[in-house]
Design a protein around this ligand. Sequence first.
Ligand code: ADP
Ligand code: ADP
Length: 233
Amino acid sequence: MKIIETSHIAKRYIMGTEIIDALKDVTISVSKGEYVAFMGPSGSGKSTLMNIIGCLDSPTSGKYILNSKDVSDMTENELAEVRNKEIGFVFQTFNLLPRMTSLENVALPLIYAGYTKAQRTERAMAALKSVGLEQRAGHRPNELSGGQRQRVAVARALVNDPSILLADEPTGNLDTRTSYEIMDLFDQLHSKGNTIVVVTHEDDIAKYAHRIIRLRDGLVETDVVNANPTKVK
Ligand code: ADP
Ligand code: ADP
């Protein structure tokens, strides 16, 4: 079953008289349960592609089918709805709300989904448990280590049971040892059947993925199976 299917996607930015073709012709498909890394040098189009895959932006031309829905020509509001349902985002900077506890941060996406308070607490606790942080439910971000903060962010990303976990440079603000902690977590989530897309410029991080797609100048340069993904243990 395909989760991501892009067909000849292009993205053009026009800045004054300058035309930038950030993506020129990108056709990829990702199946349910895959663990993929997008790599490429700065300016190759990674963020642009991530924004399109994550329904933060639309392509200028081409087709994007997300979980059997054509999202290519959706309005901002329609995109926002699909995004909340289908995508769990993890960012380099964690983006947790500082005055809220771990549990409250993780429960936040459920408010918009219309759950009762009791249901929200139950689901948020289950998500915290899945990242090994149920003991830190009452802590605020500044009472947590960097790795723990990112695990809270992963729990928040997963709490709505999205079809894709989409992580943009998830270890960019972490030291090497803590990075392994997060990659170990991604490994476990992949084993449980989650579909994971990581965008990174770091080889060491991409090597955990089971497939590596390399972009250059807005095109797919290589798309290879990683037969020997790095394991933490
Ligand atoms: P990467 O994430 O691989 O560094 P980007 O997708 O950010 O690449 O950028 C690809 C190209 O598109 C670059 O030339 C960049 O300057 C340009 N670009 C990205 N976003 C915008 C934007 N919002 N407006 C204009 N140009 C942009
Ligand atoms: P970069 O990869 O350049 O460091 P970020 O990781 O901060 O940038 O963000 C990648 C993209 O996701 C950007 O286009 C940004 O606007 C968007 N983004 C970042 N944080 C959020 C958020 N909390 N909600 C929605 N979009 C976000």
